[in-house]
Design a protein around this ligand. Structure first.
Ligand SMILES: Nc1ncnc2c1ncn2[C@@H]1O[C@H](COP(=O)(O)OP(=O)(O)OP(=O)(O)O)[C@@H](O)[C@H]1O
Length: 196
């Protein structure tokens, strides 16, 4: 996927300036920067969710997203939380649940699972979709340090296994480093990628 962004504005105010990013299968990048700089906005543009910008985005890769909140279907069991949104078969869903450390939890409803398990379910769902690139917006925020570390290494294992690329939005450079992601740092007004 390739983004050649000239400008992104909200209500006439330019938030993002000229930015070029290209990410392919197997490549990992971390978008870093302080709160409010425009990281989530840039991720939404990369994801193709926001097309209201100057510039162009090319690429036909399959994408999957994970967010800070797990965003599960409360009235469906864990397995259906994977098969319904992704369209994958039960076997694939069971395999990814196992890889995410959720074997035996298939029939549980989200409310019967801990927040950590719900987040792993959201991660398993993203991989079950068979993405070329995983897009993640602060997926480890508000987790305790130990759980966050475990989730980061689980993400790394699942990326290794699937061969998917990663675009990770985070304010924590350590998360990107642990995933061996190339650091792209946003700074300035409007924000651009800082040259290292
Ligand atoms: N839909 C919107 N309408 C107007 N302004 C917006 C909208 N979405 C974001 N903004 C503004 O754009 C700027 C960038 O927001 P964004 O959420 O992308 O930042 P961020 O770097 O992801 O922040 P954080 O780390 O706090 O999540 C902020 O000033 C925000 O107020």
């Amino acid at each position: 996927m390739r983004l050649d962004l000239q400008a992104k504005s909200f209500a006439g105010k330019e938030i993002l300036g000229p930015i070029e990013i290209s990410v392919g299968r197997g490549e990992r990048v971390a978008i870093l920067g302080p709160s409010g700089i425009g990281k989530s906005t840039l991720l939404r543009i990369l994801a193709g969710l926001d097309r209201n910008f100057q510039g162009r985005r090319d690429g036909d890769e399959r994408l999957a997203m994970v967010f800070q909140e797990p965003v599960l279907l409360p009235w469906r069991d864990a397995l259906a939380n994977i098969t319904i949104p992704t369209g994958c078969d039960r076997k694939t869903a069971i395999e990814w649940m196992g890889r995410a450390g959720l074997a035996g939890h298939e029939a549980k409803f989200p409310r019967q699972m801990s927040l950590g398990q719900q987040r792993r379910l959201a991660l398993a769902r993203a991989f079950a979709a068979g993405p070329d690139i995983l897009l993640a917006d602060e997926p480890y925020a508000s987790l305790d340090a130990e759980t966050a570390t475990r989730m980061v290494s689980l993400t790394g294992e699942l990326l290794d296994r699937s061969g998917a690329g990663l675009i990770l939005v985070t304010h924590d450079p350590n998360e990107g480093a642990a995933l061996e992601a190339r650091a792209l740092r946003l700074s300035g007004t409007p924000a651009r990628l800082q040259k290292d």
